[in-house]
Design a protein around this ligand. Structure first.
Ligand code: F3S
Length: 385
């Protein structure tokens, strides 16, 4: 892998310890991916924010690293484990609140935007089509490549941070046009209609290959494709899909029928009576909040419902009166925190939840050990108001 003279010096530690570690991460990743060189990026998006995931080792690393690290490009941040404005709703342990705060402060010290969102493309960070970026957060990465036409590999928390600090990423994988062509085809013979169906299709397809997936027979709007991207990013290592009119010859193909929708749904869902409804994995877009508010208007929820948004979408939703509508029906609108990997349901004693997200169900079951009833948002409103 070719490095410029400056990059070589940075790699050898001549530009300080921070740069040295960042370049060592990028060179190691680049070699693994077969990159010929490093290329400039216009933005980074960082995961590794939730204290429930990164623990004490993460807090210590970030506090040390942020003493002299500064990001070189626009850099946004994934959700964390709490909504610090609504702590009274869950009463999280003091230690959790303190350490979560130290993590976010460390990123802010490095110049990272306190966006705390897994849909950075909605408002906070929407690069132009064709831009090279380094995004962690699998759902955002798959959506970015597949729908926005930006170019990113599926970065880890560490490699995205190294890219943010250097403003560079290895030139390989999905940064190259060849890497973006479909190598595996899913013929969609079912008619996925709800966002949930698209999420289920994503979970199904993501398991089949780590390469770019081509879907034939599929059309979807941005919200449906967001659910599809989240599913693809959850069950496997693929970082991109393309919608095809016709499958290129010679590629392996698999069909997705109504039977597969039922099978995947059965794996992710139990027919249980939930104690609480968790929505917003990935975080709801303005359009999704608006649809939900429309469905809830004039109705009263029979179950506690938490709807998860980024702070930027929350502000817009609040301005449009959508937060008020949801709250009037008995729902709570949360900012900054991930509903699927934060231990909040446990703190509250909830063990059975309903959600409209295939990705959410996957993590709530596997990481939080919750029982999950997976329903479309429309069915949730119908059943629980
Ligand atoms: Fe976002 Fe958490 Fe789901 S980060 S995509 S809400 S698992």
């Amino acid at each position: 892998m070719h490095l410029t003279r400056w990059e070589e010096r940075a790699y050898e530690g001549e530009h300080g310890e921070t740069m040295e570690s960042a370049y060592r991460v990028l060179v190691a990743t680049g070699k693994l991916l077969g990159a010929d060189r490093l290329i400039p990026i216009v933005s980074a998006h960082i995961s590794g924010v939730n204290y429930a995931n990164i623990g004490d080792a993460g807090v210590e690393f970030l506090e040390r690293f942020s003493k002299d690290a500064k990001v070189k490009v626009k850099t946004t941040l994934n959700p964390c484990g709490i909504d610090s404005g609504k702590l009274q709703l869950f009463n999280p342990p003091r230690e959790f609140v303190d350490k979560q705060g130290r993590i976010v402060d460390s990123y802010v010290r490095m110049g990272v935007s306190k966006s705390l969102s897994c849909i950075p493309y909605e408002i906070d960070n929407r690069p132009r089509r064709g831009s090279h970026v380094a995004w962690a957060e699998s759902s955002a990465c798959v959506f970015g490549n597949s729908v926005l036409g930006i170019r990113t590999n599926r970065e880890s928390a560490v490699s995205a941070l190294a890219s943010a600090i250097t403003g560079k990423t290895p030139n390989a994988g999905l940064h190259l046009t060849a890497g973006r062509r479909a190598k595996f085809v899913v013929d969609v013979r079912a008619r996925p209609s709800s966002n949930l169906d698209f999420g289920i299709l994503g979970i199904f397809a993501g398991k089949l290959t780590a390469e770019t997936i081509g879907f034939t027979g599929l059309k979807g709007d941005a919200t449906q494709l967001k659910a599809l991207a989240a599913g693809v990013g959850t069950s496997g290592a693929s970082a991109m899909f393309v919608l095809l009119d016709r499958a290129p010859k010679g590629l392996e193909r698999v069909s997705f029928t109504d039977e597969e929708i039922s099978k995947v749904r059965e794996q992710l869902s139990s027919d249980l009576d939930p104690e609480v409804v968790l929505l917003g994995c990935p975080f709801y877009t303005l359009r999704e909040v608006s649809d939900l508010a429309k469905g809830l208007k004039g109705r009263r929820l029979k179950k506690p419902m938490f709807v998860h948004l980024s702070r930027s979408v929350y502000s817009e939703a609040d301005r449009k009166g959508l937060v008020k509508t949801i709250e009037e029906s008995g729902g709570e609108v949360m900012k900054d925190m991930c509903p699927s990997l934060s231990p909040t349901p446990k703190w509250k004693g909830f063990t059975k939840v309903a959600t409209d997200s295939a990705k959410g169900s996957y993590y709530m079951k596997s990481s939080l050990k919750l029982g999950v009833n997976l329903l479309s948002a429309e069915d949730i409103v119908r059943n629980y108001t």
